[in-house]
Design a protein around this ligand. Sequence first.
Ligand code: F6P
Length: 541
Amino acid sequence: MSEHVSDSAEWQAVQGHAEKFSSVHLRELFDSDPRRGERLTAQVADLYVDYSKNLVTDEVLAALIALAEKAKLRERIEAMFTGEHINVTEDRAVLHTALRLPRGAELVVDGQDVAHDVHEVLDRMGAFTDRVRSGEWVGATGERIKTVVNIGIGGSDLGPVMAYEALKADASIECRFISNIDPTDLYQKTHDLDPASTLFVIVSKTFGTQETLTNATEARNWLLAGLGGDQSAVAKHFVAVSTNAQRVADFGIDTENMFGFWDWVGGRYSLPSAVGLSVMLAIGKEKFGELLAGYHVVDEHFRTTPLEQNVPALLGLLNVWYDTFLGAQSHAVLPYSQYLHRFAAYLQQLTMESNGKHVRLDGAAVDYQTGEVFWGEPGTNGQHAFYQLIHQGTKLIPADFIGFSVPNHDTGEMHDLFMSNFFAQTGALAFGRTAEEVAAEGVPAQIVPHKVMPGNHPTTTILAEKLTPGVLGQLIALYEHITFTQGTIWEINSFDQWGVELGKVMANQLAPLLTAPSAPASSVDSSTDALIARYRAQRGR
Ligand code: F6P
């Protein structure tokens, strides 16, 4: 059996640094190197990345880069970009980077020019988008489309909703998003809509997901009830995005109104495919093109930049350092932009569905931490909720601060006040407040320990000029490649999700037990049986 990365001397070297690292404080690291705050920075496209407030020395960074070389990160990147079947458990290429190749590029994978296929679909999406936005495409009663309702879940929801919310300043058609199978979601998003001016975009890679098909069926009933029951109305109000044309047709959507993608696009990586159709409808095809161009520039950086300056690689290695070697369990993502209020939720699927794995590519169990818990809220709301625990609690929580110099809506000095919080927080987290400093303010001795801020809490600051479609694409690609870097060091498959599949199968098996006319015989486990009995009683069954 081949040697695992965790058996290597490079891994041991990083481990050695971790064992002696607890005595190092960011205050000393900054005091001993007055240029640290300029030195440990990097630029990728429009993103200025300051990683100086991380718990690393130059030696640690060098050891992490050596570990990345040992894990063959560069070769793995090339394997992904060229379409090798690196998703070994599903025997698939992983080619979300092909979705943002510029027009005219060529990439032949498994005998097929995938770049050509990508642009063919983008052109169809663009033509459809133009028709809807111009009013040429009308509903069954001749009304133009006012609201787009995206029905999908997981990657078929989180990417589109996050990007729509992030780019709302550029949106000229309202979009709503139904994901949960809780009927409340469908009710809330449709009850005040006019079916005559509503377009449903049903998004499902497999077109077999219980939540999406159930919501789509109910949406169709709602539409037909509102428009007098004529089935032909469906063709004017329903389009599909999927890899499975047969199931789309079986559902009753004309495949003329279907936008395809491919099995080499993972759900959580699918926003830049036809899955982003609702976003394109909202912002137009040109701005959607800017989003894709933003992704692409970071893709190129990741593929071609030496590891020492390779921003996604460096940030991924820092995450491995904290999670695997220093024992952090979670990672906060704190965007100082209200428009990015769904960014952490989006990243939760991207990072946790990708790297929440317990065996390596060869099936051997890992004996180290993988896949940290990602979470976060936009600043400054988070400051008044959970920052206390980061500042003075006992846990190691690395945090990413994402901010913009120019606001999308300028009201004079309000943005400056907002950003003063952004800059203040990373300083307070890094350097804290010593007992001497607190006492010097005249604080009574017994209160001093309560006011001490230990500091030494690591943060990375990502600063861009303005949140635009292009910058959003850059940010998403950055986190995709951070996730890839971590998965490579951990030797796991970041592109399957078998754990989620089991839950889907079990829900389908349990559904008949809830609705059967007579109480089912004991069939699951004693806890679930009792809960179902109570549920049935409360439903009058
Ligand atoms: O949540 C599990 C998952 O398989 C995700 O990977 C995927 O994004 C989601 O379900 C939805 O799947 P589909 O697009 O096939 O409906």
